[in-house]
Design a protein around this ligand. Sequence first.
Ligand code: CP
Length: 315
Amino acid sequence: QKHLLGIEPLHPTEITTVLDVAERYVEQNRRTDKHSDALRGLTQINMFFENSTRTQSSFELAGKRLGADVMNMSMQASSIKKGETLIDTALTLNAMHPDLLVVRHPHSGAVDLLAQKVNCAVLNAGDGKHEHPTQALLDALTIRRAKGRLHRLNIAICGDIAHSRVARSNLILLGKMENRVRLVGPPTLVPQQFREFGCEIYDDMREGLQDVDVVMMLRLQKERMDGGFIPSEREYFYRYGLDGEKLGFAKPDAIVMHPGPMNRGVEIDGTIADDINRSVIQEQVEMGVAVRMAAMELLARNLRSSREATEGTMV
Ligand code: CP
């Protein structure tokens, strides 16, 4: 692949390759010397048009640990604020010869559009409600390490599915790897068209969590609800928040996941989130750095090969 814009275009073998390469970086990141040179000489620009803690910091660390020159564009201080369009901003940066562009944008499809205008590798760090591919890959690596496999698992994705790019990318990835995925949440937040992904839909947490191997909780994305129905947090926690009683319906060794940012007491009880015997939320963050290192290494390899091929034809 030239870019990483979503999980949709990836073949299962490509997903497995990213996870296998990431495993090496998990080991490297646990050492005192965390550096290697897969991106030496390359320039990485991070452009985040939406807030981020985990994704932005892990992409920055990933690039630096691989030897890239990393620049974080401050979008608040950029000329976007003076009316410059996304495409003009991209063309301006493209003229500075970056090799990797990492982009988060509130509009679905914006990152794909930008990728068509530049001649470097583009990584989607989350576009609207569409895709968040590195999140799904890091979730997959976390599941594979915790469960010893990434196929034939029963996985419940719970909460605000309608507004979640994390849910969408995970649904696609977990389906490609032949898992059974259930969506659990209020009908207003779990659109029936998600059945097209081959998953079952439940509006009762206890039924939805029955005998699952993995419980993935999602935040209510109020910022994407456009004035539509927003449930009361107390009522939502009572019916759909993960607590010990509801988790008791899952398998005894089921793991609990959350991509963050987490709203304790809304979609998840803080004691469950902090329970190191069940929660793998901190492991997800750790896997995020390794997966982003792997994704950038693989794209950089393709970029170098295609540039060498082009330069070869020009001789
Ligand atoms: N999971 C995730 O994308 O978190 P951030 O918004 O903090 O990057």
